[in-house]
Design a protein around this ligand. Structure first.
Ligand code: BGC
Length: 387
């Protein structure tokens, strides 16, 4: 307790010093990115998170942090983004920050305006899950010029120098896991090869979507080449397989058309799906066409899909827990706003104009076999696994 108090006073002093150096505790005039040793900031964060609340200091102010943090989300159309909206508010406020959280309904101009107004309202850090990874260059550079730190959340920020780092689950790795689960399910449920399959990708504006697809194809392509897997429609390019705006109804229409055009007298065995909403659309299309349910991959461990995996209607999903990604982001914000700069990381991704530091968490594949293990610490999802 005593040590914590000393740390708290130290943090207060560091914060006060940061405010004196300019920009209200934001980036300031010198760039501290990449170089600072951040271990103290990270420890403080872990402590604040584990107690779940900020401890007041003598003056009654929050000891964990203070300042304004903007969070710009792309939409709330999948469970992970809806969770992010709630969890950022809870975790940022618990850490002592004022949070401005907005979602952009998949519209680039709306997101640009939201980021502009966060800058005008004095945000010292802006967290961005971009609608379109490559369309925010100028507004993010404006943020940088105004001394604001910019952290990409879940998706890469491309073609801009206005980014300090990106927090995400490994996106190529996610695609590999989806493809491996698809293969495992085919072997388990669909007898001997060859297997008839189809491929779906996510929204082409989202930098994750081509990465998921690339990861998956690194596993599937050799098996397509040797005839183990047959893509009956012949559609194997990302552009043919992508689903604009991650729109489930577009994916369902594409699946309907593929089935009508190619599967009138054969069965479909499996489908690569980039997330859970699209997986459920694909499965529904197959059911409507009178097909036996194919093996379908997914992503997000959405509640409805966790139920479908448990009942055997969807073969797999991939868990990328939102609370962990938000906690990682908040710990970076604590480091930045206590004057410690960006934490060190060995991972970078080139965004077209610079190497961006990446803070990567591991995605985990979920099937009926391991669901209880994966969700052991997630009472909400555990409650969905009913016998
Ligand atoms: C996220 C997924 C999500 C998809 C659609 C991706 O960038 O990583 O979790 O399902 O966007 O919202």
């Amino acid at each position: 307790m005593k040590a914590k108090k000393v740390l708290s006073l130290l943090m207060t002093a560091v914060l006060a010093a940061g405010m004196l150096t300019g920009c209200g505790g934001g980036r300031g005039t010198e760039d501290t990115t990449q170089t600072a040793d951040t271990s103290a900031g990270v420890e403080e964060t872990a402590d604040a998170e584990s107690t779940g609340e900020a401890e007041p200091d003598e003056a009654g102010a929050s000891s964990a942090g203070s300042g304004i943090v903007g969070v710009a989300l792309p939409w709330l159309g999948t469970q992970n983004w809806a969770e992010a909206e709630v969890m950022f508010k809870e975790q940022l406020e618990a850490a002592g920050y004022e949070a401005i959280i907005q979602a952009a309904d998949q519209k680039v101009p709306q997101q640009q305006q939201q980021i502009e107004s966060m800058i005008e309202n004095g945000a010292q850090v802006i967290v961005v899950g971009p609608v379109d990874g490559s369309q925010l260059g100028s507004v993010l550079e404006k943020a940088k010029d105004a001394g604001v730190y910019v952290i990409g959340y879940d998706r890469l920020l491309e073609n801009t120098t206005g980014v300090d780092g990106v927090v995400q689950f490994g996106s190529v790795k996610t695609g590999e896991l989806q493809a491996q689960a698809l293969l495992q399910g085919l072997k388990e449920l669909k007898g001997e090869a060859p297997y008839n399959i189809e491929l779906f990708g996510g929204g082409p504006a989202d930098p994750n979507a081509p990465n998921f697809f690339t990861g998956a194809m690194s596993v599937l392509q050799p098996l397509i080449d040797d005839g183990t897997l047959v893509v009956v429609s012949g559609q194997t390019d990302f552009t043919q397989c992508a689903t604009v705006d991650w729109d489930n109804s577009k994916a369902q229409s594409r699946m309907d058309a593929i089935l009508a055009g190619n599967y009138s007298d054969i069965e479909i065995d499996g489908v690569l799906s980039p997330n859970d909403g699209i997986a459920r659309a694909i499965i529904t299309s197959c059911e409507n066409a009178g097909q036996p349910i194919p093996v379908v991959s997914g992503l997000d461990a959405e509640n409805e899909s966790v139920e479908w995996v448990w009942s055997g209607r969807q073969y797999s999903t991939v868990a990328k827990p939102t609370n962990a990604l938000v906690a990682e982001t908040v710990s970076i914000i604590n480091s930045l706003l206590s004057g410690n700069g960006m934490p060190a990381t060995d991972v970078t991704a080139n965004n077209g104009v610079m190497d961006v530091p990446i803070y990567e968490l591991p995605p985990v594949v979920v099937t009926k076999d391991n669901a209880k293990e994966v969700f052991a610490d997630d009472p909400d999802r555990m409650a969905l696994l009913k016998d």
